[in-house]
Design a protein around this ligand. Structure first.
Ligand code: MOS
Length: 714
């Protein structure tokens, strides 16, 4: 491997390990020495209602109430569409929607005042059934070839429906934001967040000040996984409105229950697939993808786009038709979670392909293999796979790790007895970086390097370290290119008053896209380097020349410059008495290009894979018919803990990407995306295969195993 891959100690390792890192909840006073007021949200008790009035209890001195009437600018949080309010408009649209906020010096007193506030509601009928929901925030359609003809000429046609559930990000640090009015009239907003300039744009609009009236800083952030992509914009606006009215710093951070119940999670999905088979090959796919957006549209447009572009999987299918809708329900708005729409559709397409193989009496692995796309083939949107598709080699690598092919044959023989085994395979990609033309048309990333007279170099960019290590890997790239010691390069937490907009920390883009800008900036600086002088260089994003421009109105062109690739195999033993599925091994080959720090990348691969295993197996969350989320704590929403980590064997397959730094591609999201179909396919095999027990849902937990087995008895 290249020199850059060698692992080093993370720049923020010591302060985190020693407990010195200051998270938002750790501030006793503001940095300017001011007292911090506590804000708590008054939340709707109804999934849909008209708010006729709010009756406050007697408010002690120093305690105030704020709501939509206090917003100086627009009551719209700048995300994608203009529908998410800062505080509720005339109606509330989900249980937990913020109506207002009570602010004051003592947290307990604020809680008491919230609990004694009476809201007068006129209840309205909520929509809490995705199958009946009819309001589409987004409605997309694309395809190519002649799907109708292919179905008419098919030997066989298969039609199935797949569902997936919520997934909660469960970051270690819950959501929290703080706002401080400054002496010069600006509003300073900071907290636990992924995207400083998203928060900046939202604040500029809600506060009515324009971009110069606000600045945003990212505090040490204990994980995001997508959950802090949009939400800090909402909470940031709320605390800023409160701080403006109180003319004092206001902080709001949640407890775990509040965070779990009322902040965004992965979209539940309902996917209907129809595939045509002729002469043993899939000739057409027609799929309809539905995502449960919740009450407001937030990020659903982009989540849905990524989901539907991936809907035909990594298979060379000549005729494609895809429709996708993000539907409104009166439930908490869904948002971003590692994978961003792709885990849902890859679950569906992978299960569908394996079901068809079984119905045709073919070996699943061989059936998939004969459909894999290759370099030069067209993507679902008539773009091109410009670079090698290493899937066959990666399947071999996983076979080596897991003995996949032999076990797959062995476990497909009839099994009896209490414990039964299965092994499932998934093969998939993750589009590297922003979907479509976002990078070129919207983000337009800028990154800078600033050299001080003593020869230290500061990275100026807006990407946040949320545990994935950019405070380490960005300086590593710059130090490498300048050929100076790593200690001479540093990257602080971004403050929009000081750094250019290098874009959000999302979509597995930071290292690949911004890291490459920094590499180029470092080359520039090296070429003009003058000892003892203060110097600055700047780089702007430019779309790689080879890309076929993407048009969102037609879903045409290269949706991504390149792809990270994944092959997973999960081996299980199902206890048919208890339903408990024991994972005997989870095996993966991941191609994220060059790992710019081996340990950091392996940490991402193993951690993401484990999150995917949780999504596949035990992480079950749902709402009742009133739109209330059942699960509000780690006792009723289970995520894998240390004791649940199975034998994980992960290997890296490196296909270098010429437009990423040293060949690096997007890495962060890939490892989560394929776990669910591999796990559920394994359970299906253990239960006797799709002919006996075709499985169509994830997560698939012990209760699901038992209800599936009970079908045999009935
Ligand atoms: Mo991410 S799931 O693109 O914040």
């Amino acid at each position: 491997m290249r020199e850059i891959c060698r692992s080093i100690k993370k720049k923020d390792h010591d302060p985190k390990i020693e407990g010195r890192s200051r998270y938002l909840a750790d501030y006793n006073l503001t940095d300017s020495g001011r007292e911090i007021l506590c804000g708590k949200l008054l939340r709707s008790q109804y999934a849909r209602a008209r708010v006729k009035g709010v009756e406050l209890p007697d408010m002690p001195d120093g305690y105030i109430y704020v709501d939509a009437s206090d917003i100086p600018g627009d009551n719209n949080v700048n995300i994608v569409l203009d529908d998410t309010p800062v505080f509720a408009r005339e109606t509330v649209e989900y249980i937990g929607e913020p109506i207002g906020m009570i602010v004051g010096p003592d947290e307990k007193e604020v809680s008491r005042l919230i609990s004694e506030t009476k809201v007068d509601y006129e209840a309205l009928e909520p929509m809490t059934d995705l199958r009946k929901a009819d309001k589409a925030f987004f409605n997309y359609e694309f395809g190519h070839g002649d799907v109708e003809k292919a179905f008419a000429e098919a030997d066989r046609v298969f039609e199935e429906e797949f569902t997936t559930g919520y997934q909660e990000q469960a970051y270690l640090e819950v959501q929290g934001m703080m706002a401080e009015p400054e002496d010069d009239g600006k509003m300073y907003v900071h907290g636990s967040l992924q995207c400083p300039y998203y928060v900046h744009g939202a604040l500029a609009r809600a506060m009515g000040t324009g971009p110069d009236g606000v600045h945003i800083y990212q505090d040490v952030t204990g994980g995001g996984f997508g959950g802090k992509e949009d939400y800090p914009s909402i909470l940031g606006c709320q605390v800023a409105v409160a701080a403006k009215k109180a003319n004092a710093p206001v902080r709001c951070y949640f407890d775990r229950r509040e965070d779990m119940e009322f902040t965004p999670k992965r979209h539940p999905s309902l996917c209907r697939y129809k595939m045509a088979v002729k002469d043993g090959r899939v000739t057409a796919v027609d799929c309809d993808v539905i995502f449960d957006a919740g009450a407001y549209s937030t990020l659903s447009a982009v989540v849905l786009q990524r989901g539907i572009i991936a809907a035909p999987g990594i298979y060379d299918i000549p005729n494609v038709h895809v429709t996708g809708r993000a539907l409104k329900t009166n439930t908490v708005p869904c948002g971003a979670y590692r994978g961003f729409g792709a885990p849902q559709t890859f679950f569906a397409v992978e299960m569908m392909m394996s079901h068809i193989a079984q119905a045709l009496g073919e070996d699943i692995l061989e059936f998939k293999a004969k459909h894999y796309v290759k370099q030069g083939d067209k993507t679902s949107t008539n773009g091109l796979y410009h670079f090698p598709v290493p899937i066959p080699a990666m399947v071999d690598e996983v076979d080596e790790l897991s003995d996949l092919r032999r076990k797959h044959k062995e476990y497909s023989k009839p099994q009896s007895g209490r414990y039964r085994r299965g092994i499932g395979l998934s093969t998939y990609f993750h589009g590297a970086g922003f979907t479509g033309s976002g990078e070129r048309d919207i983000i337009k990333a800028v990154a800078k390097l600033h050299k001080y007279p003593d020869g230290t170099v500061e990275v100026l960019a807006s990407n946040s370290d949320i545990g994935q290590g950019v405070r380490t890997t960005f300086p590593k790239i710059v130090a490498h290119e300048l050929n100076i010691p790593l200690e001479k390069v540093y990257y602080d937490h971004p403050d929009t008053a000081r750094v250019p907009d290098s874009g959000p920390t999302v979509a597995s883009r930071s290292l690949m896209t911004v890291g490459e800008l920094l590499r180029r900036a470092a080359i520039k600086l090296r070429n003009i380097w003058v000892e003892g002088e203060e110097q600055e260089v700047e780089e702007h994003y430019k779309e790689p020349d080879f890309m076929i421009p993407f048009y969102l109105d037609r879903f045409e062109g290269d949706a991504y410059p390149t792809y990270a690739w994944g092959v997973n195999a999960i081996e299980v033993e199902v206890d048919t008495y208890t339903g408990v599925t024991n994972i005997l091994g989870a095996y993966a080959s991941f191609d994220v290009g060059t790992p710019v720090d081996y340990n950091i990348v392996m940490g991402q691969m193993e951690g993401g894979f484990l999150q995917g295993i949780g999504y596949a197996s035990i992480e079950k969350m749902d709402y009742d018919k009133n739109g209330k989320i059942w699960n509000r704590s780690f006792t009723d929403y289970l995520i894998p803990t240390a004791v649940d980590v199975p034998e994980l064997k992960v290997t890296l397959h490196v296909e270098e990407y010429p437009d990423g730094p040293y060949g690096a591609k997007g890495a962060g999201e890939l490892p989560l995306v394929g776990a669910a179909p591999a796990f559920v396919a394994a359970v299906e095999q253990a239960l006797g295969g799709a002919e006996k027990h075709p499985l169509h849902s994830a997560p698939f937990n012990a209760e699901d195993v038992i209800s599936e087995l009970n079908k045999e008895v009935k």
